[in-house]
Structures are given as structure tokens and as C-alpha cells.
Write a protein that binds this ligand. Structure first.
Ligand code: 4AD
Ligand code: MG
Length: 430
């Protein structure tokens, strides 16, 4: 008998197949046992008729517990009332393991309890939908850059460099030296851009975020394109294109998951280029008009980002922040050296920053001065400074946090559900 996945049972209509999976739910009506089988690709109702089994075999079905693993074989039958459109008439089955009392039951559980059981929580429909969408977002990122002739360059996780400031560094012993876990692959992507022109890195980033917020994990994934000769404006267009490409892909391929999450897809369908572009100056004025305490020169707080991002249907691109609130490598605007040629993209519906990037300093002298001003020693950045000695060119890029994008697309209140095994301030288990 052929082994099939639930998503493919339509191809076997009227035929016999074997399914392998876990008991999602179960009910019985004396003569019939209804087992909802979950196999990772779908959920399907398998119906066993008492008359077809010896009494002790039928009793085995009665004893099945939630999440018990089993194989079931039988005929696939169309049934318009079933969630997937098909049911199975069970002819035979084999229990692989009778699960112990499963901690996650259909009743409501608190978040702390669910996070403690994250390894099991992944099996529930909601988490399944979120992670399927995450997968689609990751795939879309890769396709977007691959289709545009970018070369993927994997950047290291151990590094001597503080890319995004010294306050969020995770330090670790590296034999007889010290190393940090990377905060961003950007500096290495810059080196790769001088070798390949258009590159991206895609990997985990680590930040010792000491504040407990719904927007921060200590470990997250970031995709970071870097393009030699690119301007800020070109980088903004690249970012806009990426966000649109991702949304289109998810809307095209992950409707059932968006529906399972009760995500209003219309809000995502409304997102279209061109995204509004707002200078930091304009953003500050708009925020002050709405009662924010922000003064020119200060960074936008989480609350400010929420307010701004609620004003538009599409992500808003805030550009030219004061250099003083940004990282050391930001290229100053030649017309106004106090602001940087940088951009933050804030997702709508109050989600806030999903992308940060801009043009990089390409002048050796200015870059060394900035390192000093930021209290960073030159020694570990020697290789990075070399890039400004051997054919330096203007270049730009950005980083997009996968979890932030997934949280927005799925309309989640907290980033923790966007990662299979999220790392947060107080949690490293499971
Ligand atoms: O704005 P950030 O800090 O920029 C950089 O790291 C640049 N080096 C990127 C570049 O230009 N290549 O971070 C970029 C994005 C943010 O917009 C956000 O989406 C995400 O990374 N991010 C986080 N996501 C989850 N948890 C955190 N603690 C995050 N910190 C940043
Ligand atoms: Mg940022």
C-alpha cells in the first residue's frame, strides 16, 4: 500500500493509502472511532468502523491518546464536510507509541506554560501556520536576491567586531582570545560587495537586549544585502521591492495559514509601492504634532515608531536620522553632515522597524575618526579599514529582521511566536 502525505491524499481518491502521523484529536460514537490524524502536512479524519475489527483491536483505538503516533491504512474518500475535503475509511492501523498525558490540551494555557513546552507547542495549528509563513518569507528573501544576481556570502558568527554598538554584545572565550557573537554580518558583506558587487548574507544575529520588549529577541535572523556603488535612494528601492515581493509570495502561497491565524489579508493586499518616504525632520514634526516628547536629535522610541507606522497603509521609510543616534559606519549627508544617509523602514499597523540600513562611510580618514568617537579600538577593524584603502567606493545596504516581518505579516503581538525556539532575556529553555 502506498505511503502518502495528507496534503496529497486527493491524488489517491478511491484508492488505498497508508498515512503516518499523530493523533490530533479523537471522538467516538460507539460503533465508530473518529481519529483526527496530523502528519505535518495536514489534518485528516480517519474513521474506523467497529464491525471491521476484532474487539481487542477496536479497543486499542479507543485507548489512543492525544499525540500518540501511529500508521493508518485505508481507502481515501471525498467528503466535502471534512476540513481537507477527504476522509479515510480505516482498514488497518499500527500504534507506534501510546503518548503519555499530553500537557497541551485544547483548553487555554498561559504563555509562560506554552513557552516552557515550546518543543510541543510547535505541533499546534497556530504555531504551525506562523512557521509555515516564516518559511515562505525566508524562501522569498532568497529568491528575491538570487533572481537579481546577488551572491550569497555567509558571514561569520564569531567576530572580533562590534558592528552595532558595544552595549548589546555577547562575549565569549575564543581559545586564548575574546570573541563576540555577531550582531550583524554587514561589515563582512561590505568586504564581499567589493569582491562580488552585489551580495547578501542571511544568518542569525545576536544581541544582549536587556530590556524586555515584544520587539526584541536575543537571537534573530537577518537578511543583509550590500551593493557596491549603490546610493541611499537605490537601497531604499531595493528594500521596498523586497517587502513587496515577500508580501506577494505569502499572499499567493500561504492563504490557508493567514486564514488559520485570522489575519486580515486585505491589510497586506493594500501594501503597494511607492512606500511613503519621510525625512527624520518631518517625522519629528509629525510626532510632536501628535503629542510625542521627541526633540530633534533624539532617536525614535518604540512608541514613536508605533505612532508613525499607524499613519500609513504601507511601510514608511524614515530617512536621514541624526548621525549621533546611529552606528559608526553611517555616511553623512554631504549637504547636511549632521544627518546620516540612512533609512529605517517601519511596518504599518503599529509594527515599527523591520529594516535598517543606508550608505556606508567609504573615506578612510572619516571612518577612523568615527571609530574613535564611538570608543571602538582600531585594531580589530584593521581589515575593515583596508576596504577603504584598496579601491574604496560608495556602497550601501540594509538589514531586515525576519522575525519582525513575520510578526507583522501574521499580526502577532510578540516576536516570540515567530521563531521555533525563541531566545529572550529570561529564556534559554527549551
Ligand atoms: O537596525 P539594525 O540594528 O541594523 C543593522 O544591524 C545593520 N548592520 C543592518 C545592515 O545595514 N546590514 O538591525 C536591522 C534589523 C532591524 O530593523 C530589525 O528588523 C532587526 O534587524 N532586529 C531585531 N530583530 C529582533 N530582535 C532584535 N533584538 C533585533 N534587533 C534588530
Ligand atoms: Mg535599527
Amino acid at each position: 500500500m502506498p505511503i502518502a502525505y495528507i496534503k496529497d491524499v486527493g491524488k489517491h481518491e478511491g484508492g488505498q493509502v497508508t498515512l503516518r502521523g499523530w493523533v490530533y484529536n479523537k471522538r467516538s460514537s460507539g460503533k465508530l472511532q473518529f481519529v483526527l490524524l496530523r502528519d505535518g502536512t495536514g489534518v485528516m479524519q480517519c474513521v474506523a468502523f467497529k464491525g471491521n475489527f476484532a474487539p481487542e483491536r477496536f479497543a486499542e483505538l479507543d485507548r489512543l491518546t492525544q499525540e500518540s503516533s501511529l500508521e493508518v491504512s485505508g481507502q481515501v474518500r471525498k467528503d466535502s464536510r471534512s476540513p481537507g475535503g477527504y476522509e479515510m475509511d480505516v482498514a488497518d492501523f499500527k500504534v507506534l507509541q501510546l503518548a503519555e498525558g499530553y500537557p497541551i490540551t485544547p483548553k487555554e494555557h498561559g504563555t509562560a506554560f506554552l513557552m516552557e513546552h515550546r518543543h510541543l507547542w510547535l505541533r499546534s495549528a497556530r504555531q504551525h501556520a506562523v512557521l509555515k509563513i516564516r518559511h515562505e518569507v525566508v524562501k522569498a528573501c532568497r529568491d528575491y536576491f538570487d533572481d537579481r544576481d546577488f551572491t550569497l556570502i555567509d558571514t561569520p558568527i564569531f567576530t572580533p567586531n562590534a558592528c552595532e554598538g558595544t552595549t548589546t554584545l555577547f562575549q565569549t572565550d575564543y581559545f586564548d582570545q575574546k570573541a563576540y557573537l555577531t550582531q550583524s554580518g554587514q561589515l563582512y558583506s561590505e568586504a564581499a560587495a567589493a569582491a562580488f558587487g552585489k551580495v547578501y548574507c542571511f544568518g542569525p544575529a545576536f544581541r544582549a537586549e536587556k530590556s524586555k520588549t515584544r520587539r526584541h529577541l536575543t537571537e534573530f535572523w537577518m537578511v543583509e544585502p550590500e551593493v557596491a556603488f549603490a546610493t541611499l535612494e537605490e537601497t531604499m528601492s531595493l528594500a521596498e521591492g523586497l517587502v513587496c515581493f515577500i508580501l506577494e509570495r505569502v499572499l499567493q502561497k500561504r492563504r490557508p495559514e493567514l486564514d488559520a491565524l485570522e489575519r486580515d489579508a486585505a491589510a497586506l493586499e493594500k501594501v503597494a509601492p511607492p512606500f511613503p518616504r519621510l525625512s527624520y525632520d518631518e517625522a519629528v514634526k509629525a510626532l510632536q504634532a501628535e503629542g510625542s516628547e521627541i526633540q530633534w536629535g533624539g532617536d525614535l522610541g518604540g512608541g514613536d515608531e508605533t505612532v508613525l507606522s499607524e499613519r500609513y497603509d504601507a511601510p514608511v521609510m524614515v530617512h536621514r536620522y541624526p548621525s549621533s543616534v546611529k552606528a559608526f559606519y553611517m555616511q553623512p549627508d554631504p549637504e547636511r553632515p549632521e544627518v546620516a544617509l540612512c533609512v529605517d523602514v517601519l511596518a504599518p499597523e503599529g509594527y515599527g522597524e523591520i529594516i535598517g540600513g543606508g550608505a556606508r562611510i567609504h573615506d578612510y580618514g572619516l571612518l577612523t575618526r568615527r571609530l574613535r568617537e564611538h570608543g571602538l579600538s582600531e585594531e580589530p577593524f584593521k581589515w575593515y579599514l583596508d576596504l577603504r584603502k584598496y579601491g574604496t567606493v560608495p556602497h550601501a545596504g540594509f538589514g531586515m529582521g525576519i522575525e519582525r516581518v513575520v510578526a507583522w505579516i501574521c499580526k502577532l503581538t510578540h516576536l516570540r511566536e515567530t521563531a521555533a525556539f525563541p531566545r529572550t532575556l529570561y529564556r534559554i529553555y527549551p
